[in-house]
Ligand binder design. Sequence first.
Ligand code: SF4
Ligand code: FES
Length: 277
Amino acid sequence: MKKKFLLARDTSEINLPRASDDTSDIVLNIYRGGPNQKPENSYDSYRVPVSRWTTVLDALIYAKERLDSSVAIRYSCRMASCGSCGMKINGIPRLACYTKISELGTHTITCEPLPNFPLIRDLVTDFQEFFDHHKKIQPYIQNLHPDPSIDKLSEFEQTPQQVDEFLQFSYCIKCGLCYSACPTVATDTKFPGPQALAQAYRYFADSRDDAVEKRLSIVDDKHGIWRCHFAGSCSKVCPKGVDPALGIQMLRSHMMSITKKPKKRLAELRETSREGS
Ligand code: SF4
Ligand code: FES
């Protein structure tokens, strides 16, 4: 790691309110650079005062506001809801706003952009491809019974048990941490990735949805669900307990249970669906 210790100024000069007696300083290393960065990485380091509850995002905002305004970071909600502050923190994809410095057990914090995403600058990555994969699985309920164009006030009733079938997967905030941790995405950018595949299962498992065949045929592709080899790293890094690996496994086991030749069976399903329309 090529380090530039540019702005480690004496924090005793900074007139901060001290949150408690256990306030201490950390060294915050931030990856600096854009898409055309040379292979050798470049980091800037900042000395930042933190207390027990300081998050990595708080430390980054401190560095940006008081030490170096050129640092590029992205965030919004600061409460693990919007999914925009994902980055690699001490080697692991995490949400900066959901990671307390104290839980990392070190005074040296290194922040890097998420892997598997094109870099825009510093810690900000381009989510276009990730969202394209998400859109491709048609992440919305498709139900024509009753036809909402005829009965606009119709309700889609569900039992608590039916809600349980997909609820866990609906907690996804599209932060991209699972996508960045996925070894298959790293080698095949056409692979939808754990987020999109888990959402395919979320809508597949929803009793209100009628687009079962369509959903299965979208993921049943040579770059699709069969490319997952269950590394499980997606579920380890998910901050919302979605467990995308479980969703992929459930969807895949359903497809395998249709027949030992799922492609043939899906072709039949498509044929049946054409005949019915
Ligand atoms: S599944 Fe988890 S890690 Fe992946 S995008 Fe959704 S919330 Fe983030
Ligand atoms: S700022 Fe919204 S999830 Fe971290």
